[in-house]
Design a protein around this ligand. Structure first.
Ligand code: ADP
Ligand code: ZN
Length: 743
């Protein structure tokens, strides 16, 4: 048994401390257990990271005071994963550990919910008592209680007293003289308690699914060297069914499974499919759980009561001890990257967890990330393709419409956003009683308020972006910081009344659609309409029932929804996002267009997609139209290879935020000089410069971008710089490893 424990204390010191293990606790001090230790003049809670028999500080060691709560335990493999995260993502050990455990568990404020229940202590004695006291009026209550409990042990007080038609004092009497025992029964705060689902059976797999499942089986049974599989399957090719049957295989081998889906796709519809197959073996972790529910779900996983977890990013850290399978659905999604420290990428951490625990990892997508696709092409991952839709339904036909041709005829009022072709296609659907989805990736009514006399554009003073106009409220709002002002009636700069609103958002499309398609039921779904009280679920429900003809929305409707009656998808303006100053702009556009297009024709009728664009000759748009991921990959990869952008090399961004622009820029330059010695020839450095969005929430932003290979030394230097060095007041520094956005 070890004498010494290395403990990470809940303080941001990024350092573990050695403590002696008191012999009485020796058997219970294991890796991952929570302990209370003396620290400075007081006590602190911490986690045991490692056990050892010697310490470099032998003389000065203090002793562990007690076990924290004796319950919470992190599996050793997760602690290892945390250490890797701290190293790779350059965060502190505490930050890494914090992300391993939900706050509801870590902070120890939530207690298990229990219920006091009663049962007869010794049935024989109870029967004797009943016999001896039969007919005695004074003992009536007690006799009744014993009779009830003999038949139904484990009742709670209120039910018991009700059945026995008596009061609490005879019950207390029975407990006191030992005839009745009481105990605490653990209650589960069940997020599903109000709904049931019909069970579903596995569908007979088609040839492509069969082939995919064979490869999964080989991985699970250890017959495949590589532990990661990229499942590249077009929308509706039956990926989810492959996931479900893969999980069943893992369970047969007595191993558990984690399924990650982007938060936005974690819809009741998705959850239902998993519950229908696995019922109570499954735990769902999403952001709307209460702390109590989260606490209970975590404990159910920790205690081995459930074998499957479905959830967003953080579900990756489910404390399973016999993990067999991790599935990352829509693995290309940028939302898998955490935006605060530790800025980890859940897909990459999943691959690492799989490696540490010898679990198979399935990355699934219709539009794989370039990182994963390259790994697959270079045979580091198993590549499985499912290029046909289930039952050989055709992929939707895609038509490009040039928005420049939608210019108004003389005398016609401009509404260039609805081209004739799109209007006609929607009208056909309305006549046939089929449904349409219109997609525009921008909320609000208009992009910006522009003065036609002086060119003034109303912008948020705290963030260097234009305001977005929201017509319903007559407000201008900043989509970065959320600030709102009343929309002015004349130009705040020159006083002219010629204010124009240019560009358009979902709100404008909604009002145009309502005007063009009179009598049709048009509904908008984006974060604004959701905030206004129309629940996501309620809108989708109405859409499913056919109560809505045209659904207009942002990203929110692009993902994972399955509506057989949708035969037309219109993309109002495909160019949005295409020209952002980010090397992933084309990739994101391609992904989004493919995902949105995938919503069409999931029923019996072949779907149609209309993509409106000002740049029909643009390569990304052309590849999206032909739905040719491979060709797009080859095309965009040549650009990235030339510039050594990921996946050709890694990318690290050092960010600076400062209230004072001058000071921020100067400090960035100084840091650059400190780092220069660590930048060898194969590292490309973009010297300190303002970020594309220069200011957010009154803070100026600067960045230094490093890219290339063999970054270990530089990473170490960056870690030292960001975590150990004191920075000037008013300047914040943070490092984003494998940054997903350069804005
Ligand atoms: P994806 O996840 O690739 O979009 P899904 O797994 O959701 O595809 O499958 C699309 C639809 O086809 C679902 O309604 C699903 O129930 C159905 N499906 C999947 N596999 C089969 C199969 N082998 N036989 C019949 N129907 C299937
Ligand atoms: Zn702002």
């Amino acid at each position: 048994m070890s004498r010494i424990a290395r403990v990470i204390v809940d303080l941001s010191l990024d350092k573990a401390f050695d403590y002696l293990i008191p012999p009485p606790l020796a058997a219970r001090i294991v890796i991952g257990v929570r302990v209370r230790v003396p620290f400075g003049n007081s006590f602190r809670l911490g986690y045991v990271l490692a056990l050892s028999d010697h310490s470099d500080f032998e003389e000065q060691l203090k002793t562990i005071e007690s076990l924290g709560d004796g319950r919470t335990q992190l599996p050793e493999a997760l602690i290892k994963l945390g250490s890797w995260m701290a190293e790779y993502y350059c965060c502190t050990q505490e930050q890494a550990i914090r992300s391993l455990l939900p706050g509801a568990v870590r902070l120890g404020r939530i207690k298990p919910k229990t219920l006091t229940v009663y049962r007869v202590a010794e049935p024989e004695k109870a029967r004797q008592y009943i016999e001896a006291n039969a007919g005695r009026e004074k003992a009536q209550g007690r006799v009744n209680l014993l009779k009830v409990l003999l038949e139904q042990p484990g009742l709670a007080a209120d039910v018991l007293l009700n059945l026995a038609e008596t009061t609490v004092s005879p019950l207390q009497g029975l407990v006191k003289n030992g005839l009745v025992a009481k105990s605490e029964q653990l209650l589960r705060r069940n997020p599903f308690s109000d709904s049931t689902v019909l069970p579903s059976a596995p569908l007979p797999a088609n040839a492509e699914q069969q082939a995919a499942l064979e490869r999964v089986r080989a991985m699970l049974e250890g017959r495949e060297k590589r532990h990661v599989m990229l499942l590249h399957g077009v929308t509706n090719s039956g990926k989810t069914e492959v996931y479900l049957q893969s999980i069943a295989m893992a369970l047969e081998l007595n191993r558990s499974a984690i399924v990650l889906v982007p938060e936005i796709s974690l819809t009741p519809q998705t959850v239902r499919r998993f519950r229908a197959r696995f019922g109570d073996k499954i735990s769902v972790l999403h952001s709307r759980l209460s702390d109590g529910e989260r606490f209970d779900e975590w404990n159910r996983i920790n205690d081995g009561i459930v074998q499957i977890v479905v959830g967003a990013r953080s579900a990756l850290f489910a404390p399973f001890r016999n993990l067999g399978l991790i599935i990352v659905d829509e693995e290309h999604e940028a939302s898998y990257k955490q935006s605060e420290a530790p800025r980890y990428h859940a897909r990459d951490v999943a691959v690492m967890r799989g490696l540490l625990e010898q679990a198979a990892v399935i990355l699934g997508s219709a539009t794989p990330s370039f990182e994963s696709y390259r790994n697959a092409l270079e045979k580091r991952y198993v590549l499985v393709e499912m290029l046909h839709r289930v039952d050989d339904k055709l992929l939707p036909s895609v038509k490009v419409v040039d928005l420049r041709l939608g210019a108004p005829e003389p005398g016609e009022k401009k509404s260039g956003l609805f081209t004739k072709i799109l209007i006609q296609a929607i009208q056909e659907r309305l006549q046939l009683g089929e449904q349409t989805i219109l997609f525009l990736n921008r909320r609000g009514f208009a992009r910006q308020m522009l003065c036609e006399s002086c060119g003034y554009v109303a912008g948020c003073p705290s963030c260097s972006v234009p305001y977005t106009y929201h017509r319903k409220e007559e407000m201008l709002s900043c989509h970065l910081c959320g600030s709102m002002i009343e929309a002015p009636e004349c130009c705040p700069s020159c006083g002219a009344a010629e204010i124009r609103y240019s560009g358009s958002g979902t709100e404008k499309i909604e009002s145009l659609a309502a005007a063009i398609f009179r009598g049709a039921k048009v509904v908008r779904m984006d974060s604004d309409s959701i905030r206004a009280g129309n629940s996501h679920e309620a809108i989708l429900d109405r859409f499913r029932k056919g109560e809505i003809d045209i659904l207009i929305g942002t990203q929110m409707i692009a993902k994972g929804l399955h509506f057989p009656n949708v035969t037309l998808v219109g993309i109002i303006n495909a160019d949005q996002g295409l020209y952002l100053p980010d090397f992933r702009a084309c990739e994101r556009t391609f992904q989004l267009l493919t995902q949105v297009a995938g919503r069409a024709g999931r029923g019996d009728v072949r779907g149609e997609v209309i993509i409106q664009t000002f740049s029909p000759a643009n390569d990304t748009i052309r590849f999206a139209v032909s739905q040719d991921f491979k060709a797009f990959y080859q095309y965009d990869m040549t650009v990235r290879e030339a510039l050594h952008y990921p996946p050709d090399g890694h990318l690290m961004v050092l960010n600076f935020r400062s209230l004072d622009a001058e000071a921020g820029m100067q400090y960035a330059a100084r840091c650059m000089e400190l780092l220069r010695p660590f930048c060898h020839d194969e590292i490309i450095v973009s010297e300190p410069a303002p970020a594309p969005i220069e200011k957010i929430k009154t803070k100026y932003r600067f960045q230094i971008i490093f890219r290339g290979r063999k970054l270990k030394q530089l990473r170490q230097a960056l870690r030292e710089l960001t975590l150990r060095r004191r920075h000037p007041d008013g300047i914040e520094l943070y490092l984003d490893i494998d940054a997903q956005s350069l804005l």
